[in-house]
Design a protein around this ligand. Structure first.
Ligand code: ADP
Ligand code: MG
Length: 345
């Protein structure tokens, strides 16, 4: 029916991606893994080649009122490196495509590329190409990254098994709270341009929003300890949504413990002052770019004293669902759309 119109919101982002995927089949034997994971996996001799792409749009992903271009350049690279990390791989090359309007000066483009260069140095990646076009609708940055992984070290989302331990790096919810602070200070400034933004007390969370790091340090450490996670994803949409990806694709359930969730003191305090439940920031905040992974129980000993890896729960059979055990020991099902604050009883 040519006239049928379906709103994208009816499908949601993931429904839309599933719909696109269902219309394509893999034709080349060299395509090991297509749409579904943090990166595509392609045969490349002794190793696998990893490919991932992420686009940042002004007004959707960043607000230039409070985002320095240098930080934005760094972030555009870091979020792509994070997807390679999530496959247990190592980033090698990237291309950067930009759409810029005449609102931008050469110096502004220089600042953006200063940040891109800093990230290329930090993550040891080579900028090997891209595309430059005029834009009529703000700044667009699209990065495609190539990485590699030893064939026996590849980690996907779909391979978590019952009884395995769920691990997360760093702390969660900080980038989301950082964004809340930046948006509040922007409003204050718009109402009274003489007011200077008050950000000193929020340096950790604002830094996490503006200049996130990909956890390549963890990928190197896991390698040194001889640990290959059984499944892995990077947390870009919030713990709930990203754990759902692991569980649904692996055909398993999970139990998380609220008292094990890593939340930085500044995130916790700021969430309190905004009257936001810190657990909501963790579950639904997003943009943390930490790694969520599962390990076999026998690997726990090797990681248990790691200062930046937290053990937040375990994998169980699918029928048990995906639940959070609250501090009050209530068992609350996580919602497919993420954490539903109002289900907390
Ligand atoms: P991530 O958050 O890790 O970047 P996404 O949720 O963006 O992952 O994407 C999930 C999967 O869907 C990936 O394999 C990605 O390559 C694929 N994908 C996303 N958008 C499209 C699209 N428009 N066409 C084809 N594949 C897509
Ligand atoms: Mg990802």
């Amino acid at each position: 029916m040519a006239d049928k119109r379906t709103e994208i919101s009816e499908l949601g982002e993931f429904g839309l991606i599933r719909r696109i995927k269902s219309n394509f089949s893999i034709k080349n034997a060299s395509t090991v893994l297509g749409i579904d994971d943090d990166a595509a996996v392609i045969e490349a001799g002794d190793k696998y080649l990893l490919v991932s792409t992420d686009m940042l749009l002004e007004g959707v992903h960043f607000d230039l009122a409070f985002t320095p271009l240098k930080h934005l350049g760094y972030k555009a690279v870091a979020v792509n490196v994070s997807d390679i990390a999530a496959m247990n791989g190592y980033p090698k090359q990237l291309t950067v495509s930009i759409g810029v309007s005449n609102r931008f000066s050469v110096e502004a483009v220089d600042a953006l590329y200063d940040g891109i260069k800093m990230a290329c140095e930090a993550y040891e990646v080579d900028l090997v190409g891209g595309d430059t076009t005029a834009s009529v609708s703000g700044l667009v940055i699209s990065v495609t990254i190539l990485g590699e992984v030893d064939k026996d070290k590849l980690v996907k989302r779909n391979s978590a098994k019952k009884k395995e331990i769920i691990c997360v790096t760093g702390d969660l919810g900080a980038a989301y709270m950082g964004l809340q602070v930046l948006e509040r200070e922007k409003q204050v400034f718009l109402e009274n341009p003489d007011m200077q933004p008050q950000l000193e007390n929020y340096s950790i969370i604002v830094g996490r929003q503006l200049k996130p790091e990909a956890r390549m340090d963890i990928i190197h450490e896991l390698k040194d300890k001889g640990i290959v996670p059984t499944s892995m994803i990077d947390i870009s949409d919030g713990l709930a949504s990203d754990l759902f990806h692991i569980c649904n694709q692996s055909g398993v359930g999970a139990t998380l413990y609220e008292d094990k969730l890593p939340i930085d003191e500044q995130t916790y305090q700021t969430a309190g002052s905004f009257k936001i439940d810190p657990v909501t920031c963790v579950m639904n905040g997003g943009e943390d770019y930490e790694l969520l992974f599962t390990i076999k129980q026998e690997d726990f000993e090797k990681l248990k004293n790691h200062p930046d890896i937290h053990f937040i729960g375990y994998i169980q059979v699918q029928d048990k669902g995906i639940n959070l055990v609250t501090k009050a020991e209530n068992v609350v099902p996580l919602q497919a759309q993420g954490w539903d604050h109002f289900h907390k009883s």
